[in-house]
Design a protein around this ligand. Structure first.
Ligand SMILES: Cc1cc2nc3c(=O)[nH]c(=O)nc-3n(C[C@H](O)[C@H](O)[C@H](O)COP(=O)(O)O)c2cc1C
Length: 222
């Protein structure tokens, strides 16, 4: 496929993607779902940490419990073909096992090289990002990375003709408690960052999509 075709497909997908809150009673084929999940799995993360998990929520009791407290997800939990939880890791400090593991996973096994890289990450987290000694900032760091996976999943879905809606309209404390109670997460180690509904739109949105003018958000600084 040449670039002109690819550009057209991407443009069509961007134009067609809108946040969908009510879906048809129609299931996404497993191959399409797997491709969407691959987009999350293969998304980039800072220092290659992969401080995330993506859970396809099928459990009816957990869905009901989340629906009862989540203003931003109600009709979607009722009608979406699939519902994804984006889970982010807590306390991913430079001296945590998961940072160490991420280096080993990427083939850095020599002890001197490991030490040098961890020192570099310490400076990065302490002086550059100023997150190392603040649990909330460490959480924000991993949680915001899950939004890359969220975007990639939505664009992949749109290219496959599948609708979606990103969701953060829910009480984080309550949803974390529900997920922990049902054993979906270990709340000492991780928490919910956002959710994603997927399916096929029941109808087009009533109002045309509005955006700022392109030139108000896109510019070149020479
Ligand atoms: C991070 C994020 C969180 C969102 N949370 C919700 C939500 O909880 N419930 C909902 O119905 N829509 C939610 N939305 C959808 C937005 O309202 C929607 O994307 C925005 O109005 C732009 O419209 P469009 O996606 O149709 O272009 C969310 C969008 C983003 C990016």
């Amino acid at each position: 496929m040449d670039n002109q075709n690819i550009r057209q497909q991407l443009q069509d997908a961007y134009q067609n993607r809108v946040a969908i809150r009510v879906y048809q009673d129609k299931k996404i084929p497993q191959e399409d779902l797997d491709t969407i999940l691959d987009a999350a799995w293969l998304s980039p993360s800072s220092i290659g940490l992969e401080g995330w998990r993506f859970v396809v929520l099928e459990n009816a009791a957990v869905k009901e419990a989340i629906k009862a407290v989540s203003w931003g997800a109600k009709s979607q939990l009722d009608t979406a073909s699939h519902f994804i939880l984006l889970i982010a890791e807590k306390n991913a400090r430079y001296d945590s096992p998961s940072v160490y593991d991420s280096l080993v996973r990427r083939g850095i096994s020599d002890s001197k090289a490991l030490e040098a890289r961890l020192k570099q990450y310490q400076i990065f987290q302490e002086s550059d990002m100023e997150i190392a000694d603040d649990e909330r900032r460490l959480w924000d760091w991993t949680a915001k990375q899950t939004y890359i996976a969220l975007g990639n999943m939505m664009t992949s879905a749109a290219l496959l003709g599948i609708d979606s809606c990103p969701i953060e309209g829910f009480p984080y404390g309550k949803v974390n408690a529900i997920l922990a109670e049902h054993g979906v997460i270990d709340s000492d180690k991780e928490g919910i960052a956002s959710m994603l509904s997927l399916g096929y739109r029941l109808q087009n949105p009533k109002h045309p999509r509005q955006r700022k003018e392109r030139k108000a958000v896109i510019s070149t600084f020479n």
